[in-house]
Every structure is written in structure tokens, then in C-alpha cells.
Design a protein around this ligand. Structure first.
Ligand SMILES: *Cc1c(COP(=O)(O)O)cnc(C)c1O
Length: 462
């Protein structure tokens, strides 16, 4: 059963432009151009109202691990909706799906994480982190430890504390900053590595944390928050030396480590969690996106035994929570998603089959005249577009225009990629097959060629 569109594409575009304010959008520019109207999804494919088919290289928005259109999830949600569509988890109540999901998450997540605080999204998870970190240090008798250290180009969401901990300058400029947040240089060798080798730079970037702790005073620093691989910041895959050095610093200093797994969690980097890939022991671990493969909104914070020791102590009530914390239908969707991922060995198969196959093709794009660097880990990758090779220093100016042009060309070639600055990003569903990877690679190649031709025509290449 499909919903046949009732209106024409132009009608949907018209009412959308008249009434709908889109996330992270220049409203005026979008209204001049009009939205694509998506109607259907199946596996790695999505369709628009005009019947055009696109390979969804972004897995929805970094989340559709098992692909679009899995009936089992719709059925599980349908059953839950008929049984108990909603009840809250405040006031000494719970319900079967929330309890079951909490247990499954304790099992799947790294050792030492045995409790979850449910939220409706990744942003809410990170605002929860902000409050939980401060609550922890107050309960631990060190209320001066207030400062949270994040990283430039970090992304932790769009709510107030999450945006502050993130390192997106444009967001800070528009909304103002929350006091008590400090940002350090990210492990982004391509932009910030200078003359250092990636390994040297990885150590240098990790020691940014040590330098910041010394400068701010260890007695004032509460936590360091980081994504294992920075996603929205441009798929910044750290040099191999980075995380071991951060681990050393966290072991020596009295701060909490918050590992934001909203993108890396649930198989993206080749293991269940980015923390498994990089050997991290998070004190707090925000999750969302892949938790339900995006079928319904749900997020959470995994809370370590270390933090629970105080949180579940004699400190009394934690004044925090959301109406939809542990929403029954969302929990049912997440449980069905995780059941599929385990039964079909989605993570293990992506790591052993799809990832190496896609990586070989993706890394070969480094030979294209437009590509300054190709990087990929698990099933998440980026291509840095540059005006001249082999230099890492030359960039298009202003930054971002070429990325947008390439992204639009990609869309027209039937492949959804995302642009961050002048990098093209992919993060496809984990269930992508070899044939679909061949198709994806053909479309990437055509997009690079078409973009190169377009830039040449405009005289933008050096
Ligand atoms: C998307 C994202 C968030 C925010 O999640 P929402 O569900 O959009 O609120 C937080 N952290 C990371 C790493 C993300 O990619």
C-alpha cells in the first residue's frame, strides 16, 4: 500500500515554500529554488514525486543503518501503537519496551555502560549530558568543575547547550554562547596539520586537550566531549595517534570523557560503536540516529557505572527529563531495528564486506584532478575538493560554493551526497550491496567529472 501523492509536485513545493521553515536552510534561497519532494524509500533508494530514483548515500541523515522501508519495524510500531501508544516514564512508572530497550543497550554498548537516560533526539541527549556532567561533579563534592571542553567543527546538536558544546562558529554567532564551554583544535590534518605528518599532528591535536586543562585549571574542568569521528564537521577521521593520546590524558586527569556516538554508534565505523573502534571508555555516551535507524525519533545517554555511583546515590532527584523520554513506539522501533541488526549481522557484514569494497573505490578517487584527499573509515567518508593538486594549502574561495555545486550535481546524477565546506560526504546505509556500491561509485565519478567541467567553464580552477 502506498500513498499516491494527492497534489502535483509544484503544489507541494508551493505550500511547502509558503508555510514550512526547514532546518539549517537559507529560507529565501530555498523558496527561490523549491524543495525536492520525497515520497518513498526502499533499501538504499529513495524516490521523489516525479518518480526520480536516488541512491541515498547519506542514509537519511547518517541514520538509516538498515535501509529504508523495512516492514518489520512498521509492524512492531503498529502493534505497540495499538497496545499502548504513549505513556510517560516519570512518576515511578515504566513500560515493557523502555525496560527491554534499556537492557539491550546495556548489553550492546561498551563495558561499564549499564544505564540509559532516554531522550527524543541527539540534541536532547547532549543537553542532558551538559546537566548530568555538572550534577555529577556537584554530587562528587567538586562543584567548581564546570567547564566542558569541546572541539571546533564538533557537532552535538541544535539545542542551546548542545550547540554551545559543538564548535560551529556560525551557530555560536547566531545564538550566543553558553558560559563554561571551551573549544580546542580538532584532529583535522588536511586543514590544520601544516608541515606535521598525520601521526605527529594527531599527538599535537590531542595535547590541545592537555594544554587547555592546564590553562583553565584542572579543578575547573568537568569534561571533554568529542565524536570518535567528527561527522557534520566534515567526516574528520583522526590520525591513528590521536585517540591513544587522548586516552592517556583522560587517565591522568580528573575529567569525564563524553563520547558522542550519535553518528558513529550502531555500526558506522566498522564496530558497534566508535568507542570500540578506538578503544575508548566513555563516562557518558550520547546516542540517537542509528539507534532506531531513524524510523522514529529516539535518543539517549548511556551512563557509566562511575557516574551512576553518584547519580544513583543519596543526592536526591535529578530535575531533568522529557515527556517523550522512552516513548513506547520509539522504543519499539529501536528494539525492532536492533533485532534486525543483530539477527542479520548488519554491523559485522558491513565491516567485512561493504566497507572494504567501498573503501577501495572511494580512496581511488584521490587520483581525480579535483580531489585533494579521500578518506574513509567503516562506511563514512569524505572527498576534499581542491582547485590545484597536490598542494593541501590551496582552497576555493569563498569556501563552500564548490561543495554546494558538487552536491547539487550529485543529486542530479541520482546520488545523495552532502557537502561540508568543499568536501563531499557519504555515509550510506550499512546494508548497501556490492552492486549498489558499484552504482554509487559510478555516480561519484560522474559527479566529480561534471563538477570539474563546470568549474573549468566558470574559470574557477587554478
Ligand atoms: C545529529 C547529531 C546530533 C544531534 O542529533 P539530533 O537528533 O539532530 O538532535 C548530535 N551529535 C551528533 C554527533 C550528531 O551527528
Amino acid at each position: 500500500m502506498t500513498h499516491a501523492p494527492n497534489l502535483s509536485t509544484a503544489d507541494y513545493q508551493r505550500i511547502d515554500a509558503a508555510h514550512h521553515l526547514h532546518p539549517f536552510t537559507d529560507f529565501k534561497a530555498l523558496n527561490a529554488e523549491r524543495s525536492r519532494v520525497m515520497t518513498r524509500g526502499d533499501g538504499v533508494w529513495i524516490w521523489d514525486t516525479d518518480g526520480n530514483r536516488y541512491l541515498d548515500g547519506m542514509a537519511g541523515l547518517w541514520c538509516t543503518q538498515i535501509g529504508h522501508g523495512r516492514r518489520e519495524i512498521a509492524d512492531a510500531v503498529h502493534r505497540q501503537m495499538l497496545e499502548l501508544e504513549f505513556y510517560n516514564t516519570f512518576f515511578k512508572t515504566t513500560h515493557p519496551r523502555a525496560a527491554e530497550l534499556a537492557e539491550v543497550l546495556a548489553e550492546l554498548t561498551p563495558e561499564g555502560l549499564n544505564h540509559v537516560f532516554f531522550t527524543g533526539s541527539g540534541s536532547e541527549a547532549n543537553d542532558t549530558v551538559f546537566r548530568m556532567v555538572r550534577r555529577y561533579w556537584t554530587l562528587a563534592g567538586k562543584p567548581d568543575k564546570q567547564i566542558i571542553i569541546g572541539r571546533r567543527y564538533g557537532y552535538h546538536g541544535s539545542t542551546v547547550a548542545a550547540a554551545a558544546m559543538g564548535g560551529m562558529a556560525g551557530m555560536h554567532e547566531q545564538a550566543g554562547m553558553v558560559p563554561g564551554v571551551h573549544h580546542i583544535t580538532p584532529p583535522y590534518w588536511f586543514d590544520f596539520g601544516g608541515d606535521m605528518s598525520p601521526d605527529e599532528f594527531g599527538i599535537w591535536a590531542a595535547r590541545e586537550l592537555e594544554r587547555a586543562i592546564d590553562e583553565l585549571g584542572e579543578g575547573n574542568v568537568a569534561a571533554f566531549i568529542a565524536e570518535p569521528i567528527q561527522g557534520a564537521g566534515g567526516v574528520l577521521i583522526p590520525p591513528e595517534t590521536y585517540w591513544p593520546e587522548i586516552r592517556r590524558i583522560c587517565a591522568e586527569r580528573e575529567i569525564l570523557l563524553v563520547v558522542d556516538e550519535v553518528i558513529c554508534g550502531f555500526g558506522r565505523t566498522g564496530n558497534w560503536f566508535g568507542s570500540d573502534t578506538y578503544g575508548l571508555k566513555p563516562d557518558l555516551m550520547p546516542i540517537a540516529k542509528g539507534l532506531s535507524s531513524g524510523y522514529l525519533p529516539i535518543g539517549g545517554v548511556m551512563v557509566s557505572d562511575r557516574v551512576c555511583e553518584y547519580l544513583i546515590g543519596d543526592g536526591g532527584e535529578f530535575f531533568h527529563g522529557f515527556t517523550y523520554s522512552g516513548h513506547p513506539a520509539s522504543c519499539a522501533a529501536a528494539l525492532a531495528n536492533l533485532r534486525i541488526m543483530r539477527e542479520e549481522k548488519v554491523v559485522e557484514r558491513a565491516a567485512s564486506e561493504a566497507a572494504p569494497y567501498l573503501q577501495a573505490k572511494w580512496l581511488a578517487f584521490a587520483d581525480h584532478p579535483l580531489v585533494g584527499e579521500a578518506r574513509m573509515k567503516g562506511l563514512v567518508g569524505a572527498l576534499e575538493l581542491v582547485p590545484r593538486k597536490p598542494s593541501r594549502r590551496d582552497r576555493f574561495a569563498p569556501v563552500g560554493d564548490v561543495g554546494t555545486i558538487a552536491r547539487d550535481i550529485s543529486f542530479n546524477n541520482g546520488l545523495v551526497m552532502r557537502a561540508v565546506r568543499d568536501a563531499l560526504i557519504i555515509s550510506p546505509p550499512l546494508v548497501i550491496t556490492r552492486e549498489e556500491i558499484d552504482e554509487l561509485a559510478r555516480r561519484v565519478e560522474k559527479t566529480l567529472d561534471d563538477t570539474h567541467a563546470e568549474l573549468k567553464k566558470r574559470g574557477w580552477l587554478v
